[in-house]
Design a binder for this molecule. Structure first.
Ligand code: F6R
Length: 241
């Protein structure tokens, strides 16, 4: 595991974008596993800037996103598909038909999850998986639990995650209670993992993830078992390390 400490969010975003840019340059037809939320917004802006300067070409890239809220379609302002289009895909030359997000509008959760696992398999596997970290140690929407979940599955969001994500919705009541998420196996099968973490609210979770016991109660702790993880975290997030 390689851990890089940055001064702040902006430096984290620049450094992490360099890891993704290197992946796209080295393997133009790579499969990127992508994340939503506040953590990757600056990183995506950096990638857009490099694309606009002609330094990056996404035309052969495939992407699979970690998760989607159940019940939210691509047109919903808080759906993760909408987020990805607005924050990255609409601004680069990626082929939208090769960008995948779980189908939030598929009410049959078993069908939605099985189909998503098939899509991931058909891509040939994720080369580089980008992850943010939940305040409770979650990755994707793999919430603290008694066991690690394997494949894509439907999760009931914890109160802590609902609290953390309500800032994007008009009220807490509007936060969906369920989401489809790639499982721990899907994440761990990625050849390389890039974890980005910013802010003091994540400090305890980051400490537990990197140096605590490997346990499903801190889902990100499983990353200790992956052979190729890069962590880029700012000073605030690293203050307990
Ligand atoms: C998002 C995701 C989540 C977030 C995590 C951190 O696709 O899977 O695990 O990465 O909740 O969210 P932010 O970055 O908003 O603090």
């Amino acid at each position: 595991m390689n851990i890089y400490k940055t001064k702040d969010y902006d430096e984290m975003s620049r450094r992490a974008a360099a890891v993704i840019a290197a992946q796209v340059i080295l393997k133009p037809d790579c499969v990127l596993g992508l994340a939503t939320g506040s953590s990757p917004v600056g990183l995506y802006q950096n990638l857009i800037t490099q694309y606009e300067k002609g330094e990056l070409d996404f035309s052969k890239v495939t992407s699979v996103n970690l998760d989607e809220y159940q019940g939210l379609g691509p047109d919903h302002p808080q759906s993760y598909r909408k987020f990805m289009n607005a924050n990255l895909f609409d601004h680069i030359n990626i082929d939208l038909s090769r960008t995948f997000v779980p189908d939030g509008l598929e009410a049959d959760s078993e069908k939605a999850c099985t189909e998503y696992d098939q899509i991931i398999e058909q891509t040939g596997g994720v080369d580089l998986q980008l992850l943010g970290l939940g305040n409770n140690g979650h990755i994707g929407f793999n919430e603290p639990d008694e066991a690690f979940a394997c494949g894509t599955h439907c999760v009931e969001l914890t109160q802590s995650t609902i609290e953390a994500n309500k800032r994007f919705f008009a009220s807490e009541d509007e936060v969906p209670r369920y989401a489809y998420t790639m499982g721990i196996r899907g994440i761990m099968l990625a050849k390389k993992i890039l974890l980005i973490v910013s802010g003091s609210a994540k400090a305890q979770a980051l400490k537990d993830a990197l140096y605590g016991p490997v346990t499903p109660k801190v889902p990100a702790s499983v990353l200790q078992l992956h052979p190729d993880v890069v962590v880029v975290a700012d000073e605030e997030a690293m203050k307990l390390l």
